[in-house]
Ligand binder design. Structure first.
Ligand SMILES: [Zn+2]
Length: 457
């Protein structure tokens, strides 16, 4: 493939977005302080407190805030207390406990703070995909704290709802000294506590979530990509039991090399990886594949084909992580995109998914409410693989250079923001000398496709 792509010329996305393309998560300048006063990786018991600084509403000030609480969907979450601006409150739990509703009094001005004291009794989770779960010797803490989101239910198909990039996260964890933490962000301090435990202090900025995995047995291997990103791999001897020492070391080296290669290619094609480190962590033997969080990827190193898993999850650092999207509504952007890069990055963008016999059962724009979880193959094919084929169709219709110029425009305009289908489809069309609207009509039901300006219009 050609290596020279045009410099992106960031052109503002036409506004306003159509009504169904509005982002419902409030645009709020927020800073999360999270403190885990105790965590037991053997029992899954976690005691935590959270303070969210609400600094400023950039858009319309909402009457209430919705906090998504994923561990509640598994029965792992207990709220002990909540505060709003120093006053104890009792937020209503809706969506089966999955969402906490925090009304905001009309006279409450920013800045103010919202606080939660909570416990997690993290157990095993049946599907293996659980972001927060115990799995073997690993305690996964992903989507583990109440986070500002919108009003939606739990999905067994698509990822939990998108969140806005916060001003920052400050995360303090008191833990046994032999526990190793794979995490978002950067460790800024490790302090011994009087009782023999250790406090690890981490901070992150430019991210929309903060996740961790904890295990006593993690071995950490490190590499550096050609563009200077440190790749850390957290592995477990228990997952390498069937390998010789040499084969285990070779596999660890391959994982780091694939991740580094993906970071290099995606930085060049789409836009720079904006953090100094990417971490990949063995999330336990029940993990069926991988799960992405900012700067942190859960993997099962015994997954095959392992290289494709690493490319897929690393691609999510861009599509979902850096460039956010409404994951429950527009899964084709992040999952179709990750599948496109999973197949494209290792093959020079020559490998397409085969269309399953009988075709795809759902439109590409289907939301989580339209995708029955069973059979898994139906929604997986419809969103992931059909999505990859759509990206390929756009690439091949536009041509290589215009396509990547458009992708870099999307990065320039939407990095650290939320991209919608309107933004994606209009940006591609603006860089295309070919009318893409007939292609869009083949995949999507969006009523506004004809409102997109065609080439030369
Ligand atoms: Zn994915």
């Amino acid at each position: 493939a050609p290596t020279n792509t045009p410099e992106p010329t960031a052109t503002p996305t036409p506004d306003p977005r159509p009504p169904d393309q509005q982002v419902q998560v409030p645009d709020v300048a927020s800073y999360y302080h999270l403190e885990i006063s105790s965590v037991n990786v053997d029992t899954g018991e976690v005691r935590a407190s959270e303070v969210v600084e609400i600094r400023e509403f950039r858009g319309e000030r909402p009457d209430l805030l919705y906090f998504q609480v994923l561990p509640a969907a598994y029965g792992f979450f207990t709220l002990d207390a909540a505060w709003l601006a120093g006053v104890e409150v009792a937020p209503e739990a809706i969506n089966g406990g999955y969402t906490l509703v925090m009304p905001l009094p009309a006279d409450l001005a920013t800045p103010f703070e919202i606080g939660f004291d909570f416990r997690l009794s993290v157990g095993y989770e049946g599907s293996g995909w659980g972001g927060t779960a115990r799995d073997g010797e690993v305690l996964r803490l992903g989507y583990w704290f109440p986070v500002i989101s919108d009003d939606h239910g739990f999905s067994e198909t698509m990822d939990p709802s998108y969140t806005r990039v916060a001003d920052g996260f400050d995360v303090r964890v008191n833990h046994d000294p032999d526990v190793v933490i794979a995490h978002t962000g950067t460790v800024v301090a490790r302090e011994p506590l009087d009782d023999g435990r250790v406090r690890t202090v981490m901070q992150a900025s430019g991210v929309r979530d903060f996740a961790m995995t904890l295990a006593r047995g993690y071995q950490v291997d490190t590499g550096v990509s050609a563009n200077g990103v440190t790749i850390e791999l957290y592995s477990l001897a228990s997952s390498e039991a069937r390998l010789s020492d040499a084969d285990a070391a070779a596999r660890r080296g391959s994982i780091i090399a694939w991740a580094a290669n993906a970071v290099e290619q995606l930085s060049s094609l789409v836009g720079p990886y904006p953090y100094d480190t990417l971490r990949l962590a063995d999330a336990g033997p029940s993990m069926p594949g991988g799960v992405e969080f900012p700067q942190l990827i859960y993997i099962n190193p015994n997954y095959a084909p392992l290289d494709r898993l690493i490319y897929h999850e690393t691609a999510h650092m861009w599509f979902y992580g850096i460039i956010g999207n409404r994951t429950l509504l527009d899964g084709w952007i992040d999952e179709g995109g990750a599948e496109f890069f999973e197949r494209g990055l290792p093959t020079g963008f020559t490998e397409r998914p085969a269309v399953p016999s009988g075709g795809y059962l759902y439109w590409l724009d289907s939301s989580y409410l339209e995708l029955p979880p069973v059979p898994r193959s139906a929604w997986y094919y419809a969103i992931y693989e059909q999505g990859a084929n759509f990206y390929y169709d756009v690439l091949e219709t536009m041509g290589w250079d215009p396509f990547w110029a458009a992708m870099q425009d999307i990065y320039a305009n939407h990095a650290f923001g939320i991209v919608t289908p309107w933004d994606m489809l209009t940006t591609w069309q603006r860089y295309s000398s070919v009318d893409l609207r007939p292609l869009y009509q083949e995949y999507f039901r969006y009523v506004w496709i004809d409102a997109i300006s065609g080439p030369g219009e």
